[in-house]
Ligand binder design. Structure first.
Ligand code: MLT
Length: 263
């Protein structure tokens, strides 16, 4: 069921399917909840699956000049309160969704029982990468999402010759192109100032699963494996024949890893 939920005056679009323990799926940049379609179909058989569009993206309002990862995390806590979901959830975020995940665990520890980070990083941007994001934020506001699609699309996927690949690439491009330029700029500005959370990793107590596409060009598998090694109770799963969009590129393998983790 696709719902519209008022969260402190902002209208959120949220997929809310199934019954049982809750898994919260948090999309990457600059996408929307539909990137999780394969996970929603699988896990709504056994869980309550909640997959929102983040502030300003997809069908959710509330775009701002800049949105920090802390703000996105607080939005999600407020969304759970509004639904209402009061039991601790499994938080599963991809890339920017993972940056938000670190903040969610830190700021709202009682709301999360398990953490899944897909194709993401703990490190902050280099000064050069942060400066590029600020430039891109201005460009997007002038020219729309096309320059972001042009810059990101070549980095998102592993080489793939299967029949389903063109459809997945087209779907991601469509999501990027449909995103609100104000939200894209705001998230770029927020990611540019996100903190390095590497020092937090050894203190994370909750069961954690780190998933990474073998050929991820944005958050490399070796870096993600090292993140898992620094978290006391973490497992690392590398997804073969996948890049940064592993949950879309290899949904069966990603679902199997999540299934084993959540039961
Ligand atoms: C994402 O997939 O969310 C982005 O690659 C995150 C980023 O730009 O760092």
């Amino acid at each position: 069921m696709l719902r519209e939920v008022d969260v402190k005056g902002v209208r959120f679009r949220v997929a809310d399917e199934g019954e049982g323990p809750v898994i919260l799926f948090v999309h990457g940049f600059p996408l929307n909840y539909t990137m999780w379609e394969a996970q929603i179909a699988e896990f709504s058989r056994t869980h309550r699956v909640i997959a929102p569009d983040l502030r300003g993206f997809g069908g959710t309002d509330g775009a701002l000049y800049s949105v920090s990862m802390e703000q996105f995390a607080d939005d999600l806590a407020d969304l759970l309160e509004a639904l209402p979901v009061r039991v601790p959830v499994t938080f599963c975020g991809l890339s920017m969704g993972g940056y938000i995940g670190w903040q969610f665990v830190q700021r709202h520890p009682s709301r999360v029982s398990k953490l899944i980070i897909c194709d993401s990083r703990a490190a902050a941007d280099s000064p050069e990468a942060a400066a590029n994001r600020l430039k891109m934020a201005d460009i997007v506001l002038r020219e729309g999402p096309e320059p972001v699609a042009w810059a990101m699309m070549p980095k998102l996927f592993a080489k793939c010759s299967d029949d389903h690949c063109p459809a997945i690439i087209a779907k991601v491009r469509e999501m990027v192109m449909a995103s609100n330029p104000v939200a894209i700029a705001a998230a770029h500005r927020g990611m540019a100032v996100r903190p390095d959370v590497t020092a937090w990793l050894p203190s994370l107590q909750l069961p954690t699963l780190i998933i990474c596409g073998e050929h991820d060009a944005i958050s490399p598998a070796a870096e993600m494996k090292s993140i898992a090694e620094q978290i006391p109770n973490a497992a690392f799963v590398q997804i073969p024949n996948a890049g940064h969009m592993a949950p879309m590129e290899q949904p069966e393998l990603v679902n199997a890893a999540i299934r084993q983790f959540v039961g």
